[in-house]
Ligand binder design. Sequence first.
Ligand code: PBG
Length: 332
Amino acid sequence: MTFPITRNRRLRRSASLRSMLREHAVRVEDFIYPIFVTHGEGVREQIPSMPGVYHLSMDQLKLEIEEVVSLGIKSVLIFGVPSYKDAVGSSAYDDQEIVQQAIAAIKQWAPQLVVIADTCLCQFTDHGHCGVIHMNESTGVADINNDESLQLLVKTAVSQAKAGADIIAPSNMMDGYVAAIRQGLDEAGFSDIAIMAYSVKYASAFYGPFRDAAHSAPQFGDRKTYQMDPANAIEALREAESDVEEGADFLMVKPALAYLDIVRTLVDQFDLPVVAYNVSAEYSMVKAAAANGWVDEKAIVLETLLGMKRAGAQLIITYHAKDAARWLKEEA
Ligand code: PBG
């Protein structure tokens, strides 16, 4: 009989040993919690495909922020449902609109909370695309015009910074967006405001529930001319490289779960903090399975978040943040 030469189980013999040798951990400081704000009063409307996530009017937002702060969460990411939409997404850079109001209010209620603004046009355009549309009359094909869209994204970012956003997170996937927004912020006097670039954002089916929540589904076509093909990994390096050159302060990979190889690649190749976006359908799938009693929600969520940390993510944007913060407290 030959015996194992190496006995890896020796180091797993007790709970104490296992905890001493644990290489990675999830911390409440890792979380960024996305919030959807809307007009009105007393609105706390659950998003059907995202149980536990709500559209909140300002008064309800206040309660939500109190809860987030009490749980020890350090940062929120703000999305808004505006009061009007048009072809050029005017409500995105309207200083009086809901996102700007929410940012300003949060910075008053909880100045220490890091407020991140999602900078995109798709929630604010009537066609639901992330930029300006040019229709080619002869072919009937609509094109998302890159450079005109940049102008509007810069206006949006500056308006959000004026409202008090600590970090601008542009999610539109136009070329040159980081450089344009950096220059715009600097010229407006916001050189201290960081850019969290959605550098590697795939054209993914995992955004489905979010588009219900944000009312931001494209009214025709898809986002494949600007978001990346899920088949590509080398292209992710090009996307990240250009964002680094243009002055990004963070790199993001989105979605997270099906793209943890890309998270690891960026962590190895670049020296900026990498953020993983644990997107809406990743959340909804767990919620649906848990509601059916098919999985242990707490165990599944904490294991998932740990996987993102192990892949190298410094921060995780997740709808599970409040629950996970509670569970981490229980464990401690
Ligand atoms: C806006 C944006 C989207 C998400 C974040 N910002 C949707 C999209 O690109 O269609 C998705 C987030 C999620 O699914 O949780 N461009």
